[in-house]
Design a protein around this ligand. Structure first.
Ligand SMILES: Nc1ncnc2c1ncn2[C@@H]1O[C@H](COP(=O)(O)OP(=O)(O)OP(=O)(O)O)[C@@H](O)[C@H]1O
Length: 475
């Protein structure tokens, strides 16, 4: 299992690559060193009281003091609830897991809602596994690869050729120098990392993994061997062979999937993990508890963010109530833009569609509508993020549109206006481009107006109703 966990923590970096998305401009909560919100920083603008409150939550998460607590972000649509949750996620280190689900997703999965919630919870609980590894760490003095006199490996493929190779690797610290015999696999690994004399490397004796740590300061004059990214480090001191603590960070869910007989390791990438049996989870929990007692592992409670939480039904809420009691529970951050509405699965109404007993355990952070200046600043940031150059006048017009309609609508118009500008072979988005896309794409207000005027011509609109669906229209 350790090898698979290792593979997993390496592949994590890949999944963190992000394209330009709705929140890709958010790089943190924009707080200063004393956790006070700056007016505009790390892509975040305004919403100071909410960001300050989120900052306190962040501190508690970092201190590991808040496991099993829940925070509700409540506010009108487009007031930055998801942005604040993303800000928390970005401010947490890579080690702290952040799982993100939308409540409506739970109803479209093939697995039961409580299973999906359990998986989401376990995606938000990290396990830091410590392992002692024996490594050889030092500066490479010389690599000599023996050329076989006969063409013994000639007929085979590249692998068999390198497998038959042998050689010698001379490594040193400031105190000693040793020559090691090299086998084919090691030669291949050194070749892959493009290791050359003067590099400081670490060799994992068990796995044969080669890690290039940097270039020795003593060899800094070999200009030809360096790129602009070269990191210079000192030649290590002391013994060449060392015992070092290696740390792997994985989530409980990842351990579940690896150990689930029905699902292979690759299920982690497809997301198609299916139901995981309760016995598997019990075994893993007791194994992790054992590791914790032996000092081999720590639990890192992360964050589980559930957006559109009003879409959960009464069964899910009672599940959440119970799940938060677990000693390993992550911190739960939920968001909703609903007012007083029906609790799904019941005929009762309550604030945000959340049952009163669950509501009572929440710390509530409310978000407020933005001022014109703040909308203008957010649009500015989005233009930068999307690489769109926009004239001052066009920005003023777009901000006005944002105030009259919604921030989200105005953000959407940026890309559309950039395309309109491209079409007329312009370089800078001008007011004409904004007005063109404003005419082409309706905002909610104009679309509703249009519907009111022409509703007789639509299907199924002959019966005027006053139903819950109207809530959506109001927002
Ligand atoms: N304070 C802010 N600073 C920078 N960008 C923001 C801020 N608030 C919102 N945004 C951006 O505006 C857009 C809409 O905000 P967001 O999705 O966070 O709203 P929301 O409150 O979650 O809305 P809903 O209730 O409809 O889900 C997003 O692109 C978001 O990144």
């Amino acid at each position: 299992m350790a090898a698979e966990l290792k593979k997993l923590s390496e592949s994590r970096d890949l999944t963190r690559i992000e394209r330009i998305g709705a929140h890709s401009h958010i790089r943190g909560l924009g707080l200063d060193s004393s956790f006070e919100p700056r007016l505009s920083s790390e892509g975040m603008v305004g919403q100071q009281p909410a960001r300050k409150a989120a900052g306190i939550i962040l501190q508690l998460i970092r201190d590991g003091n808040i496991a099993g607590r829940a925070v509700l972000l409540a506010g009108q649509p487009g007031t930055g609830k998801t942005a604040i949750a993303m800000g928390i996620a970005k401010s947490l280190g890579q080690e702290t897991p952040f799982a993100n689900v939308s409540a409506s997703e739970l109803f479209s999965l093939e697995i039961s809602r409580t299973e999906a919630l359990t998986q989401a919870f376990r995606k938000a609980i990290g396990v830091r596994i410590k392992e002692e590894a024996e490594i050889i760490e030092g500066e490479v003095v010389e690599i000599v690869i023996d050329r076989p006199a006969s063409g013994s490996g000639g007929a085979g493929g590249g692998d068999s050729k390198s497998a038959s190779k042998t050689g010698k690797l001379t490594m040193k610290t400031t105190d000693m120098e040793t020559v090691y015999e090299l086998g084919g696999k090691m030669i291949e690994a050194l070749g892959k990392e493009k290791v050359q004399s003067g590099d400081v490397i670490a060799l994992d004796k068990a796995s044969g993994k080669v890690t290039k740590l940097g270039r020795s300061i003593g060899r800094s004059r070999d200009y030809d061997a360096m790129g602009p990214q070269t990191k210079f480090i000192r030649c290590p001191e002391g013994e060449l062979q060392k015992r070092k603590e290696v740390v792997h960070c994985v989530t409980l869910h990842e351990i579940d999937v690896i150990n689930s007989r029905t699902q292979g390791f690759l299920a982690l990438f497809t997301g198609d993990t299916g139901e995981i049996r309760a016995e598997v989870r019990e075994q893993i929990d007791s194994k992790v508890a054992e590791w914790r007692e032996e000092g081999k592992a720590d639990i890192i409670p992360g964050v589980l963010f559930i957006d559109e939480v009003h879409m959960l039904d009464i069964e899910c809420f009672s599940f959440l109530n119970r799940a938060l009691e677990n000693e390993m529970a992550p911190i739960l951050v939920i968001a909703t833009n609903r007012g007083i509405t029906t609790i799904r699965g019941t005929n009762y109404r309550s604030p945000h569609g959340i049952p009163a007993d669950f509501l009572d355990r929440l710390l509530i952070i409310s978000t407020q509508p933005y001022s014109e200046e703040e909308i203008g600043k957010i649009l500015d940031i989005r233009c930068d993020e999307e690489d769109v150059e926009m004239s001052k006048d066009a920005k003023v017009l777009l901000t006005k549109i944002g105030v009259e309609t919604s921030l989200r609508y105005a953000i959407h118009l940026i890309t559309a206006a950039a395309l309109a500008c491209q079409k007329r072979k312009g370089k800078v988005v001008e007011m004409v481009d904004i007005s063109r896309v404003y005419q082409l794409f309706l905002d909610v207000k104009r679309s509703t107006q249009y519907l009111m005027e022409y509703q007789n011509q639509y299907m199924f609109s002959e019966v005027p109703r006053e139903t819950e669906g109207d809530e959506a229209m109001q927002s």
